[in-house]
Design a protein around this ligand. Structure first.
Ligand SMILES: Nc1ncnc2c1ncn2[C@@H]1O[C@H](COP(=O)(O)OP(=O)(O)OP(=O)(O)O)[C@@H](O)[C@H]1O
Length: 505
């Protein structure tokens, strides 16, 4: 095998371009991309290719099919229906893994129409441009429609939100058609998420998908007056979307009928079960009457599996690809920058036509730091920058997001408030100015640079202050094929060596 991963069938030098390759003779293998002589095997797929050019084309095709099945694929891959063998094949092809409840997990679906969804919901999906389900949607939607509880993980930006909203909207519609005389319209589902921005986004998507159906939503987040939120719930809503703190506050001050809640969702579940949120989440959960539990994140640990499992009697685990790894579509460039040089380095990047790819989000670790850095960027480089963090009032946070997403401001400096879940479709570049405290947060943060498998770029500043993360960071960079700064390699191996000595190897 050569460095590029092609295995020559003979000792010839690997052809670079398809055009350099000859036509196949009768009976000879053909390149699966261009049909010239398929001289080499692409070891990642076992398919014949003629050149490095076609190998790259094949890998791109395989990659995009992982995120989103190509239209033509659906003509020859049958919907598995009830055949468990076909379901296994499709799962293997799309890297879908399921665990728990054995054969009781329904097979994945290739189209939204195979899910038995209300026609209006199908129309809304079509209007939203959701022509085919993504792999997580293929498996999670049919599984959640059965009423079973799920713990699901898939890459950042791979469509997890619709994976829980579609079953919720469908089940709420069914509930209303089965209980036509129930006029009370008590909430039937609740979604909790860690930040206001994420709740706003989930609500927007819920409204879009539930349009024209008996499906209303209430947003229960801090920063907006509680009276309006309460009034809306009292008027009758199907879905409450909120941050745990404000929901607890609301429930402790007012009586809200929660007995009808059938589905309880924790988006970004690993964050929601961490200290800080966990007690509030549990308090809310205990006020419900054993609902279906849907838990979603791009990063899930054993601990989360354990705690999540304790919320439901039986839980199905669904994962796509390798959980807890950075999204492959995100190109990571790690640069070693001493703490004192970070600002200057950032200014250099923002001034460089080659390196600055606006709109860009710069992630920092402190609120004051976010304000100061945004100001410094504007003054020193002339590039307009704004900041966003948890201490700003909701109205200002909305305005800042509006200016950034509307293209008026090319740089947004953010703390973790935009680190998870938020779908920043316009963003082309993420700059990690301060490393987050865990590698999981890092995976979420860099995930903002890519949605639905679109290529995105991240620049990551690393230095000795991030020592705790070195081994995990090296693994994350390696798994994505990114270059590792030599300082990071040297210090990581020294660190590992010292650790071994400390434990007496
Ligand atoms: N089936 C689909 N077809 C086309 N676009 C889709 C589909 N499902 C979701 N999307 C779009 O893909 C983008 C990413 O989806 P979403 O925000 O749900 O990702 P996510 O997996 O929740 O990401 P994160 O882990 O970062 O929260 C959104 O813009 C969404 O509208």
């Amino acid at each position: 095998m050569n460095e590029e991963g092609c295995v020559p069938h003979n000792s010839d030098v690997v052809k670079q371009k398809s055009i350099d390759q000859r036509a196949p003779l009768s009976g000879e293998p053909k390149c699966v991309i261009c049909s010239r002589y398929g001289e080499y095997i692409c070891d990642e797929t076992n398919d014949d290719v003629c050149s490095l050019e076609c190998k790259q084309a094949l890998l791109r095709r395989v990659d995009s099919a992982r995120v989103f099945p190509a239209t033509d694929e659906c003509f020859y891959v049958r919907d598995p229906g009830s055949s468990s063998h076909d379901a296994q094949l499709l799962r293997r092809k799309l890297d879908i893994h399921v665990q728990g409840q054995g054969s009781a997990v329904p097979p994945p679906v290739l189209t939204f129409t195979s899910c038995g969804l209300p026609p209006k919901l199908l129309l809304n999906l079509e209007t939203a441009g959701y022509d085919f389900p993504t792999p997580i949607q293929m498996q999670a939607i049919p599984a959640a429609l059965t009423g079973k509880s799920l713990l699901a993980s898939a890459d950042t930006g791979s469509g997890k939100t619709a994976s829980f909203l579609v079953p919720i909207i469908s089940r709420c519609t069914t509930y209303h058609s089965e209980h036509p005389s129930d006029q009370r319209r008590n909430p039937l589902a609740m979604v909790l998420a860690p930040t206001r921005e994420l709740c706003v986004q989930v609500e927007d998507q819920a409204k879009m998908l539930g349009k024209g159906l008996p499906f209303k939503t209430a947003l229960v987040v801090g920063g907006d007056p509680m009276s309006g939120q309460l009034y809306r719930i009292q008027q009758g809503v199907e879905l409450i979307i909120g941050t745990p703190g404000r929901v607890v506050d609301l429930l402790s001050k007012h009586t809200i009928e929660l007995d009808n809640i059938m589905t309880f969702v924790l988006d970004e579940v690993d964050c929601m079960l961490q200290r800080g949120f966990r007690d509030q989440v549990m308090q809310i959960f205990q006020a419900l009457s054993q609902p279906q539990v849907l838990l979603f994140s791009a990063t899930i640990s054993r601990e989360v599996e354990k705690v999540g499992g304790s919320l439901a009697k039986e839980i199905i685990l669904v994962s796509i690809g390798n959980p807890n790894k950075p999204d492959k579509a995100v190109n990571q460039l790690a640069i070693w920058v001493d703490a004192k040089q970070k600002k200057q380095k950032l200014f250099d990047i923002l001034r460089s036509q080659n390196h600055f790819k606006p709109p860009a989000v710069v992630y920092v670790s402190s609120r004051v730091g976010a304000d100061l850095l945004a100001n410094a960027i504007t003054v020193v480089t002339g590039v307009k920058a704004l900041s966003i963090h948890g201490e700003k009032p909701m109205k200002e946070r909305r305005d800042v997001m509006g200016s950034f997403l509307g293209g008026e401001v090319p740089v947004l400096v953010s703390t973790g408030v935009l680190g998870r879940g938020v779908d920043l479709l316009v963003v082309r570049q993420v700059i990690v100015f301060d490393m987050p405290s865990t590698i999981k947060e890092y995976i979420h943060v860099i995930g903002r640079a890519s949605r639905m498998g679109e290529k995105g770029t991240t620049i990551v500043f690393v230095n000795e202050d991030d020592r705790n993360l070195f081994p995990d960071l090296v693994a994350a960079l390696k798994s994505s094929g990114a270059a590792i700064p030599k300082e990071l390699i040297n210090l990581t191996s020294r660190e590992m060596h010292n650790k071994k000595r400390r434990v007496g190897y």
